[in-house]
Write a protein that binds this ligand. Sequence first.
Ligand code: SF4
Length: 234
Amino acid sequence: MDPERLVLNPEQALNAICLDFRGYGPQPMLFCEVLRAIHGEAMVVRREPGSEGLWIAKPGSGKMRHLEGAELVAFMCDQVRGARLPPERLAVVSRQVFQTACRVVTDPATDAPAIAVDTGMATFACRQCGRCCRHLDYRDGITEADVARLRALDRQDILEWVGVAKGADGRNVYRIWVEPGTNRFAVPCPFLKRGPTADRWLCRIHAVKPEICRHYPVSRKHAAMTGCPGFDRR
Ligand code: SF4
């Protein structure tokens, strides 16, 4: 996978947009831009100072309705999905949402139009500040594939910190990092250690750490929204 460019088919692009909306919660300024890109002047949208909500009148309705929180997020997902945007306009909305260059390309696997998203990772440099390891919630981020990989490597020293529970479908659900022999989450990450200076932190399991740690952050926006300084100019 090219970490600097993602190629998404239209369904994947819509899923990624809705994941962004759900993951970061209401983004009123962005939502206004997106609704304008979809509906032009036909949908009336008003921001309310100091509020995370929006006043919205659907095209042809004239009646303003206030939406906020999860209801606003669900409304936005319905709007981008229901608009059935052609690829060029989907690229415009993707650019607004992901805050990076997005353009229409031909998916080599299907010959169909797809959206290429520039992740901006070429300019990323980890500062080893340890904020992600100390402050983000990655508890349900470990995957079955991570666990299988650690088992194949016989890393019992890591696996003993992985909690296992049964999901509703009877399959194993893994959580990290759980103090061995308890149900208590370890805070902070038990594999974090002090670096050579007071403001630097290192990972003791860097070579084999879970994919969620390896791929953080996935984009400039992801970094900005979660407090990672890896794109800041020194
Ligand atoms: S928050 Fe960003 S810069 Fe800091 S350690 Fe994590 S990835 Fe590196």
